[in-house]
Design a protein around this ligand. Structure first.
Ligand SMILES: [Ca+2]
Ligand SMILES: [Ca+2]
Ligand SMILES: [Ca+2]
Length: 345
C-alpha cells in the first residue's frame, strides 16, 4: 500500500468499509485447532496461510480462525485508518465468546478466551505494520496477577516423538505432545486430546521453536458441575464477551506505550491480537483466542485535530485536515503527492 493508495482510500468519504480488510501476519502458537482453522495443506507457506486467514475473516466473511495457545497472534488492518473518536469505543474484534448457563456466582462466565489487543500507526508511511505497537490497557492491565514481559517458547515434537497417553483419562492421548518453557522458570506440555488428532505446532513454520512475548493474564477458569467455565475480564479484550455485548468493544483511548504511559492516537492503521491466557482445561483443551472478523464502529469518522508531531522515533504521520489526507514528516506537512503544504514550528 503506497501513500497514494492510502490517500485514495482516505479521501473516498462514504466508502470506507467497516470491516477488516487485510491480514498481514498470522503466527498461531501451537493449539488444538491449529492447522485446521484455517486448514493447512502441504506446500502452504506463511503467505498462503495469511491469505487463508484473510479469506475467513476479511470483508465480514465471518469464518473463524484460531490463534492457538498463549502468545499466538494475528496482525490486520482496514481499508482506512480507524479514527479514535473521543469518548467513544472505536472498533471491535469479533470472536466466538459466549456466556453459559453453567456459570454460577459471578455472572457472564462461559467460553471467554481473552486476547490482548495492540494498535499501531503507520508512522513511517510505508503501508506495513513495522511501527511502534501500543497495547490497549484492558481491565487487567494493572492487575498485579498479570505477568507483563512474559515469554513462552514452544518446541515442535521431534520426528521420532512417542506419545505418552494418560492411562486414567483416555481422551488425553499424549501428555508430552508440545513442550513449552516460559521465562519465569516454568515448563510443561500442551496435551493432545482425542478430539483433535492433527499436529498442534503450525506445520508451515520451518523453525522448530517458536517464541512469543507479551502479557499473560491470570487463569480465568472455574470447574463447576464437571464443566469448565471461563470468566471474562471486565473490558478491553478480544473474544472475551459476546460480540453483541458493549463490553466487547474497544477504545483506542486505552493505548499505552511499552512503559505503560498513556498515548493519545488520533487514528490507528494496524491491529494485533494475541491469546492472553496460558491454561489448559481438561476435555476442552488449551484456551485459545479465536477471531471471526473486526469492525470499525464509525467508519465515516474523521479526526478533528491535527496530529501532534512526535519528536522521538516517530517522525512521519498521517493526518486529516479539512477532509484531506496529509503527511507530516520532519516538521513539514505534505500532501499525498509529496508537495510541501506548510511547515510546523
Ligand atoms: Ca475512542
Ligand atoms: Ca509502517
Ligand atoms: Ca473462543
Amino acid at each position: 500500500m503506497t501513500v497514494a493508495l492510502c490517500a485514495l482510500g482516505m479521501m473516498a468519504q462514504g466508502e470506507n468499509s467497516p470491516y477488516l480488510k487485510h491480514v498481514y501476519e498470522y503466527v498461531p502458537a501451537p493449539g488444538q485447532f491449529v492447522n485446521t482453522m484455517p486448514a493447512y495443506e502441504e506446500g502452504d507457506d506463511a503467505e498462503a496461510m495469511c491469505r487463508k486467514v484473510e479469506e475467513q475473516i476479511a470483508d465480514n466473511a465471518r469464518g473463524l480462525i484460531t490463534l492457538g495457545g498463549w502468545g499466538g497472534y494475528l496482525v490486520f488492518g482496514f481499508d482506512h485508518p480507524v479514527v479514535n473518536v473521543p469518548g467513544q469505543n472505536d472498533f471491535i474484534v469479533e470472536g466466538n465468546a459466549f456466556y453459559s448457563n453453567a456459570a454460577q456466582g459471578a455472572a457472564g462466565g462461559g467460553s471467554c478466551e481473552p486476547g490482548i489487543v495492540m494498535v499501531s500507526v503507520d508512522a513511517n508511511g510505508n503501508g506495513k505494520p513495522d511501527d511502534e505497537w501500543y497495547e490497549l490497557a484492558g481491565s487487567e492491565y494493572t492487575n498485579p496477577l498479570t505477568k507483563h514481559g512474559y515469554s513462552v517458547t514452544y518446541e515442535r515434537p521431534a520426528a521420532d516423538h512417542v506419545a505418552t497417553p494418560d492411562p486414567q483419562q483416555k481422551y488425553r492421548i499424549d501428555t508430552t505432545f508440545v513442550h513449552w518453557q516460559d521465562n519465569r522458570g516454568e515448563d510443561g506440555y500442551l496435551v493432545q486430546i482425542s478430539f483433535h488428532r492433527q499436529a498442534y505446532y503450525p506445520e508451515w513454520i520451518e523453525a522448530d521453536r517458536l517464541t512469543f512475548d507479551g502479557a499473560r493474564l491470570q487463569d480465568n477458569y472455574a470447574y463447576i458441575n464437571n464443566q469448565y467455565v471461563l470468566y471474562p475480564p471486565a473490558y478491553g479484550y478480544a473474544d472475551n464477551h459476546p460480540d453483541t455485548c458493549r463490553l466487547a468493544q474497544l477504545n483506542i483511548e486505552l493505548a499505552v506505550r511499552e512503559d505503560g504511559t498513556p498515548v493519545h492516537l488520533n487514528a490507528i492503521d494496524f491491529v494485533k491480537v494475541y491469546t492472553a491466557l496460558h491454561q489448559q482445561c481438561g476435555m476442552i483443551g488449551e484456551t485459545s483466542t479465536e477471531v471471526k472478523g473486526a469492525r470499525d464502529l464509525h467508519p465515516e469518522a474523521m479526526p478533528t485535530e491535527l496530529d501532534e508531531v512526535q519528536t522521538s522515533s516517530v517522525t512521519c504521520r498521517k493526518t486529516i485536515r479539512d477532509g484531506q489526507l496529509l503527511i507530516i514528516r520532519d516538521k513539514q506537512i505534505y500532501n499525498p503527492l509529496g508537495y510541501i503544504i506548510t511547515k510546523l514550528n
